[in-house]
Every structure is written in C-alpha cells, then in structure tokens.
Write a protein that binds this ligand. Structure first.
Ligand code: 5GP
Ligand code: ZN
Length: 113
C-alpha cells in the first residue's frame, strides 16, 4: 500500500535500520526506542492490525513472533523481553500495519501502562 508507512519501509522507499529479513517478515529498529532493544517485526503482507487479521494470516503473525524470539536470542536478552501488539488507537496503535514490538534489555514493569 503506497500510503502505508511500514509498507514503504519494507520496500526500501523509506530508510530503516534493518535487523532481519526473510520471505515473509521484516524487522527494523524503532525510530523512538523505549528500551535498549526496541525492534519492530512486521509481516511483508499489509495487514492493518490484529483485529483485522484473518485466519489465513495466523502463520504470518506466528512468524513475526518467532523472528522476534530469534532476535532476542541473538542479542542475549532472553532473561526478559516482551513482544507487544498495540491494537487500536486507545492502546497506542499509531501505525496501521500490524507490527510486533520486541522490547528488552532492561527490567520491564507489569502491568504495562
Ligand atoms: P504503535 O504505536 O503503532 O504500536 O507503534 C508504532 C511504532 O513505530 C512506534 O514505536 C514508533 O516509534 C515507530 N515508528 C513510527 N514511525 C517510524 C519510522 O518512520 N521509522 C521507524 N523505524 N519507526 C517508526
Ligand atoms: Zn502496510
């Protein structure tokens, strides 16, 4: 989608600090990191968000989480990290292309705000 920020990042039209890429997923550093590790993992397919996802998207959503787990392993932050999907504006979703936040490298509070 031409008007989607993350689709434009995936295509390379907008630069990003790439962390990982495969056939189905793309991971890059968040521009406004909230922790020492703050990586966004997105499916290459444009999916607006979790509530818009369909059954056929389940594997893509799983692959995004597994990519996040692999990045966490590579960065040696497996003592504590979080994968987060913000769903809807009231939960802080500001970009409407489904993305998994990988946040770690520091202690994390529970519950999140
Ligand atoms: P949301 O608030 O939708 O859950 O997460 C969107 C995330 O995208 C935010 O953490 C924000 O910092 C990040 N972000 C917004 N614009 C850009 C950008 O142009 N490049 C990168 N790398 N991250 C962005
Ligand atoms: Zn998109």
């Amino acid at each position: 989608m031409n008007d989607c920020l993350f689709c434009r990042i995936i295509s390379g039209e907008i630069p990003s600090k790439k962390v990982y890429e495969d056939e189905h997923t793309y991971a890059f550093e968040d521009i406004n990191p909230q922790a020492p590790t703050h990586v966004l993992v997105v499916p290459k397919k444009h999916i607006r968000g979790l509530k818009e996802a369909r059954g056929e998207d389940s594997e893509l959503i799983g692959l995004c989480h597994l990519a996040a787990a692999n990045i966490a392993r590579q960065r040696s932050i497996e003592d504590g990290y979080r994968t987060v999907l913000n769903v809807g504006p009231r939960a802080g979703q500001s970009v409407f292309h489904l993305h998994v936040h990988l946040i770690g490298g520091r202690g994390l509070q529970w519950p999140p705000g």
